[in-house]
Design a protein around this ligand. Sequence first.
Ligand code: NAD
Ligand code: MG
Length: 301
Amino acid sequence: MSGKTRNQWEMRDPRDQYPQPPFPEQPQPKPGEARRMEPQPDHGEESYVGLGRLKGRHALITGGDSGIGRAAAIAYVREGASVVINYLPDEQADADEVIELLRKEGGTIHAMPGDLKDEAFCEKLVADSAEKLGGLDIVVNNAGKQVSQPSILDITTEQFVDTFRTNVFAMFWICKAALPLMPPGGSIINVSSVQGYKPSANLLDYASTKGAILNFTKALAEQAIEHGVRVNAVAPGPFWTVLQPSGGQPQEKVQHFGEGHPMGRPGQPAEIASAFVFLASQEGGYMVGETIGVAGGNPAE
Ligand code: NAD
Ligand code: MG
């Protein structure tokens, strides 16, 4: 893939930097494995070059095995942070890939698999991360569940509750447990979506959670800054991750993912990693309660 082998600063036309649709049909059961995607997503494995922006920081990233969370994990470790990634036990193979890559480079990365739908697990994850890392400076609430359904009549209560537990409740439980442990200068980053302000009909429950994340972020930001901790959000547009082929979109949409956007292609996780670095680092020191959209020409209104 052309984008992978050159560093992220080299100037080029972004429209043809990465694969464009159509893509092969590739259904997977949830949560899905990035390593089985075709074409392979670029998480910055071969391109992200760190500058020490997060030297000595301790970070927890949920959903850090694949997709946007993996790209953030690679960037954070290469910027000098030590990192814990959380993911579901079924995703061990994806987690092993990123852990092996970063450890080989001398990075510090730990695995803490488990289900974020469980409040007690979220509390333990935060406490164990702080203990293992020797502190907690950065929390990225990135894990997410997205299940496409044509109609409200197809959304079961179980799906509705699970989507809210994963996307909203877990963020609440993790923030609540983490804030008292975080020092001034700390940073919480929540992952919303373009769906948070431009909902699609087939993502009714998911889009509702992503709207909730935006308001939660703004309100919590006002509280947390009183302790010197900044809270912000990132709102991705269409990104080439396993969230989509594992039931997040109908297969026809996956095959044409990113089509019709001004960029004519989906984003690759590597193209959003710097937003997470900026918000976590002191360079983002005046960013409080903000949302950074990275959406390939589909900006927030
Ligand atoms: P992904 O599937 O690679 O990552 C999502 C991760 O969420 C999974 O790897 C999994 O580890 C984690 N997860 C899901 N349920 C969990 C649970 N119960 N317990 C623990 N972990 C759980 O896909 P991604 O696209 O990188 O998703 C990351 C975030 O980006 C999500 O919040 C998603 O909503 C958001 N997002 C993605 C897109 C996109 O187009 N890919 C667009 C907007 C927002
Ligand atoms: Mg995954």
